[in-house]
Ligand binder design. Structure first.
Ligand SMILES: *Cc1c(COP(=O)(O)O)cnc(C)c1O
Length: 234
């Protein structure tokens, strides 16, 4: 087995084990393979191992890969980076999911720009659960309003919530953030029973996130290795 295949299988095994330890069925948790800065050839290799969902942060880099791999009909692309409102069209046209929505204006533009021949764009609302001032995402109290807007837009499909918690050596801080996210998600589910995705957990904390209710973990480093620099940035 190649290194990538080995790393990928290890991550799949960790997810299965974490589900088992938490009394959850392994089908409840999906893996998003975060391929940002990695070449299309590595995405393809991961695809050959059975992976279908890939996460990308940098639009130009992503669109090049999406175009190069257009022959893989059932591959699924999730945008997980910060998005400026003048760049929404590329997400609307090339991705199946937008996981970092945090503004009305972006929602409206994605709705207008989503091509008619494609299914509605799946949307997660990003929550700034650690309340760090420099971080993207909405305050928990603002989620309901944006959710209502997304729900009213025909070319968007509200699927749930996403967060990037504050990195901390103190497990209790991380646990507190995961717990808050789960409560917020369950509240939102009362109102929108079809939402099904709580995206949290990365290479370092996937076990903890699964224990606290994540339905999607986003894993980059532990599958593809340490990242190359951000493309186009010296
Ligand atoms: C890069 C990135 C990840 C993957 O993080 P790793 O620690 O490499 O697993 C997950 N989510 C988002 C939003 C990212 O930008």
């Amino acid at each position: 087995m190649s290194t990538l295949a080995e790393h990928y299988q290890n991550v799949c095994q960790r997810i299965r084990q974490a589900c088992q330890n938490s009394g959850r069925a392994s089908e409840e948790v999906t893996l998003l393979a975060v391929s940002k800065t990695k070449p299309a050839s590595m995405v393809q290799e991961c695809y050959q191992q059975g992976q279908r969902r890939f996460g990308e942060n940098y639009l130009q880099d992503a669109v090049e890969k999406i175009t190069a791999l257009a022959g893989l009909a059932d591959i699924e692309w999730h945008f997980i980076g910060p998005l400026q409102s003048n760049k929404t069209r590329a997400v609307a046209e090339h991705f199946q999911w937008m996981e970092t929505l945090d503004r009305d204006k972006i929602a409206q533009r994605l709705n207008e720009q989503r091509p008619d021949h494609l299914a509605p764009l799946n949307v997660l609302i990003q929550v700034n659960i650690s309340a760090e001032p420099q971080k993207a995402g909405l305050a928990p109290a603002a989620v309901a309003q944006l959710a209502a807007m997304v729900d009213s837009l025909p070319r968007l499909q509200l699927r749930g919530l996403m967060c990037i918690p504050e990195a901390s050596e103190h497990e209790s801080i991380l646990v507190g953030q995961f717990q808050q996210m789960r409560l917020l998600f369950e509240d939102l589910q009362q109102q929108y029973p079809t939402i099904d995705t709580l995206s949290m957990g990365m290479s370092n904390d996937l076990e903890l996130a699964i224990h606290h209710g994540a339905t999607q973990v986003r894993i980059g480093t532990d599958i593809f290795g340490a990242r190359n620099g951000q493309p186009g940035v010296a």
